[in-house]
Design a protein around this ligand. Structure first.
Ligand code: PGA
Length: 267
C-alpha cells in the first residue's frame, strides 16, 4: 500500500495550459529562422519524447544551430507565449494546494511561467517552480525537490509559506503530472509516482506504455487520483512496465552546450 501523496509536481505545457497551438505557432517561427526541418506540429510534439534541449540539436544535426534555436524559442516564450489554461485546471490547483505541496517543473522559461501563473491567479498556490532556462534536466529538479526537506512546506494561496518544520518527502509521496512520454520516464527514474493527462501532446496509450500509473481524461481526475486512499496500483504497474533505462543526460547536455544557457553555468 503506497503512502498518501503529499506533493504534486505539474508539467506546464500541455498539462496546465493548452499548447497544441500556442507553442507550435512560436516554434514554427524558430523552425523557419533556423531551418531546423521540424516542419509540422506532430514532428514538434515528437521532440518531447526526449528532453527538448537535447532533441532540438539532435533533430537539426547541428549543435550550434540547435542551441541558438532553443535560445530563440525560449525568448519567444518569455515575450509572447500566452496559452489558454486547460479548462477547470485552476480550480484543481486551488483545491489541491490546501492538501499538497504543489510545484511546476517545466522546460519553459521562468518568465513565461510566472506570467501564466499570475494571470491565472494561482501563483501563490504553487510552492516552487523549476524552469527549463535554469535547469534543463527535469530529473535534476525532481531530485533537488526530494533532497531538501525545506521544499516540503505547504503554501496555501498566500504569499507566505507555512512556518512549520517540514517532514522530508519519500519519493512515493510525490507525484508528477504530465502529458509527455519523456516526463513519465524521467519521473519514474526519480522514483516518484506518475499520472498522465490525455489533453496534451502525447497519446494516453503512449503515456501508459512509458509507465504512467493512470491517464486522466478530465482535470478533476487529478484530484481524485491524488487524494484517494492508495491502493497497490504502483506495485501492479511495476510488474507490467519495463523499468526505464538509466539514461544520463548530463554528458549530452554538456556536449550540446545547453548547460551554459544564459551564462547560468560557470563552465
Ligand atoms: O510536457 C512537456 O514535456 C512539455 O511541457 P513543458 O514545456 O512544461 O516542460
Amino acid at each position: 500500500m503506497a503512502p498518501p501523496i503529499r506533493a504534486i509536481l505539474f508539467d506546464l505545457d500541455g498539462t496546465l495550459v493548452q499548447t497544441r497551438d500556442a507553442s507550435w505557432v512560436l516554434f514554427e517561427r524558430t523552425n523557419r529562422k533556423f531551418a531546423l526541418g521540424i516542419d509540422d506540429r506532430e514532428q514538434f510534439f515528437k521532440l518531447f519524447r526526449d528532453n527538448l534541449f537535447v532533441a532540438v540539436p539532435q533533430a537539426c544535426g547541428d549543435e550550434e544551430r540547435g542551441l541558438a534555436a532553443i535560445n530563440h524559442f525560449l525568448e519567444l516564450l518569455r515575450k509572447e507565449y500566452n496559452p489558454p489554461l486547460v479548462p477547470g485546471i485552476a480550480d484543481v490547483v486551488r483545491t489541491l494546494a490546501a492538501r499538497c505541496v504543489l510545484g511546476i517543473v517545466s522546460s519553459n522559461a521562468l518568465e513565461a511561467i510566472r506570467r501564466i501563473a499570475d494571470d491565472a491567479h494561482i501563483a501563490q498556490c504553487i510552492a516552487h517552480v523549476f524552469a527549463g532556462d535554469i535547469e534543463p534536466d527535469k530529473r535534476k529538479s525532481i531530485r533537488q525537490f526530494l533532497a531538501d526537506p525545506s521544499y516540503a512546506t505547504l503554501r496555501i494561496g498566500s504569499p507566505a509559506y507555512q512556518e512549520r518544520a517540514p517532514k522530508p518527502f519519500e519519493p512515493d509521496e510525490v507525484a508528477f503530472v504530465t502529458d509527455t512520454v519523456c516526463d513519465v520516464r524521467h519521473a519514474r527514474e526519480c522514483g516518484v509516482r506518475t499520472l498522465g493527462v490525455s489533453w496534451g501532446m502525447h497519446k494516453a496509450s503512449d503515456l501508459m506504455e512509458a509507465g504512467a500509473e493512470k491517464v486522466a481524461v478530465w482535470p478533476q481526475e487529478i484530484i481524485s487520483w491524488a487524494l484517494s486512499p492508495r491502493s497497490n496500483v504502483i506495485e501492479e504497474r511495476a510488474d507490467e512496465v519495463e523499468p526505464p533505462p538509466e539514461t544520463d543526460l548530463e554528458p549530452v547536455l554538456e556536449k550540446s552546450g545547453v548547460l551554459r544557457l544564459k551564462g547560468l553555468r560557470a563552465d
